[in-house]
Design a protein around this ligand. Structure first.
Ligand code: BG6
Length: 459
């Protein structure tokens, strides 16, 4: 029997937080769901780690529910750690030459500013045929730098082997946006400007800076969340019907939406804000600018909101509101589709006639359909009824899902180069308006709902 091709996952930045917090647990869920999958893991970073330190880290992460399955045991037997500088071609060449496998995946779990120097080193060393590059967000720091980075990475490997990571594309409910819409007769016919008044994509977090000033303070909520994640979700909501969910069809459709998207009035249609001291669930939170490592002069926002238009026949005139903030009162990670009111509610009905809406929760996975029904008392008094459903979460963590597609060489869950550039193109006018101080920096107390939230309390 032919043996499986051997795959090595080389993690650059292996001693960092992303590797222990997200990548290794992602691999753990993958190996639990697919115990026969074989992958060798090589960790590399500048820092000197002993073989035992590395082994302990991997072991801790792979020990799901206290159990280490056969795939995980194989990883533990073969894994090794190499200290070295991946921006130095000589050191990188030695590292690459020490790996013998059929397929190599090089995962950039690195600070964004190191991505380009490592790519330059890889351009010099060359990579084995078939190598996949998996690159963490943010991809570039502007439209121009994203273009340059795209040109650079595609000199190393072809586009279909560049996996720009967006772990949101591994969230089950994000993928369910497609199933819900395209596999039900009920929704697709009312998924356009004639029926939909507004779409919101919200990602409210209670987490604060969590010691990530080095990265976050240079990026802020607009780049960290809207440019990197929420525009992708918006595109999946807005895509035209697709013939298949194969990588090419899906990514073509996403690209089409992003190309048509823009923030028409960056001043009137954007908001930025920063949290001040407050408390969340009894936990005291300091002012953002008093957090360790924050440079107040950078003027970084911890909450961003933009209104995007998608200039297609399907969506013209429908606002897509994207909003995300840290240190807020509660977790709300959801998309909300607001339908228009019916053309006419028959005379004689009384009561609440709030338009219908579909709330799709990304975490935990679920949905709510808010529809108007005859009331429980007087049958001619209308009220809102909420139909709730749980959506099957996957066996894999989002990083497990994304890693599975990388290891299988299927770029469906990765961001294509043109889409990465479009996301920068969409937000650049907003960044420019903010740099010119045309949009005031608002403040909100940690633990509050955040500025401008005119909720009636029920979404
Ligand atoms: O909800 P999740 O999966 O933790 O994703 C949110 C996180 O996504 C990351 O990409 C951002 O850098 C973080 O700032 C954010 O907190």
């Amino acid at each position: 029997m032919a043996s499986q091709p051997s795959t090595t996952l080389l993690i650059l930045g292996a001693s960092g937080d992303l590797t222990s917090r997200l990548l290794l647990p992602g691999i753990a869920t993958l190996l639990r769901a697919e115990p026969d999958r074989r992958v060798d893991v090589v960790g590399a970073d500048l820092r000197e780690l002993t073989a035992d330190d590395w082994h302990d880290r991997v072991h801790t992460a792979l020990q799901l529910d206290g159990v280490v399955g056969p795939g995980a045991k194989a990883v533990l037997r073969s894994t090794r750690y190499v200290a070295g500088d991946a921006t130095d071609p000589a050191s990188l060449r030695a590292l690459l030459e020490s790996i013998d496998c059929d397929r190599l995946v090089i995962y950039f779990a690195l600070p964004p500013q190191v991505t380009e120097p490592v790519c330059r080193a890889l351009e010099q060393t060359g990579v084995p045929e078939g190598t996949i590059l998996a690159i963490e967000k943010p991809f570039g720091a502007s439209l121009e730098s994203a273009r340059e980075l795209n040109a650079l990475v595609t000199r190393i490997v072809p586009e279909d082997r560049v996996f720009r990571i967006d772990h949101f594309l591994g969230l089950h409910t994000v993928l369910n946006l497609l199933g819900l819409r395209f596999a039900n007769r009920l929704l697709e016919p009312v998924w356009d400007r004639d029926s939909i008044a507004k779409v919101e994509v919200l990602y409210d977090e209670t987490v604060t800076l969590e010691g990530r000033a080095g990265y976050y303070d240079r990026n802020g909520a607009l780049r960290d969340m809207i440019q990197s994640h929420l525009l992708q979700i918006m595109a999946l909501i807005a895509i035209e019907p697709i013939a298949s969910v194969a990588a090419r069809d899906l990514r073509d459709a996403v690209g089409q939406v992003l190309r048509a998207a823009r923030v028409a009035d960056p001043v009137a249609h954007s908001r930025r804000a920063r949290y001040t001291a407050g408390s969340i669930d009894g936990r005291e939170v300091p002012d953002y600018v008093a957090e360790e490592g924050v440079d107040a002069s950078l003027g970084t926002e911890t909450l961003a909101e933009v209104q995007v238009e998608v200039a297609t026949a399907r969506w013209a005139g429908v606002p897509f509101i994207l909003r995300s903030g840290k240190s807020l009162a509660g977790v709300r990670k959801r998309a909300i589709i607001h339908w228009r009111p019916p053309a006419l509610v028959p005379e004689g009905f009384a009561g609440r006639d709030t338009p219908d809406r579909l709330v799709i929760d990304f975490k935990p996975d679920g949905f709510e359909l808010h529809i108007t029904t005859n009331g429980s008392g007087d049958p001619f008094t209308l009220e809102q009824t909420v139909l709730r459903g749980e959506l099957g979460g996957g066996a894999l963590l989002p990083y497990g899902e994304v890693l599975a597609s990388i290891l299988d060489g299927d770029p469906r869950l990765a961001v294509r180069g043109d889409a990465a550039e479009e996301c920068w193109r969409i937000i650049e006018p907003v960044l420019e308006a903010w740099r010119a101080d045309a949009v005031p920096m608002q403040e909100y107390a940690a633990g509050s709902l955040g500025p401008g939230w005119d909720t009636d309390g029920d979404i």
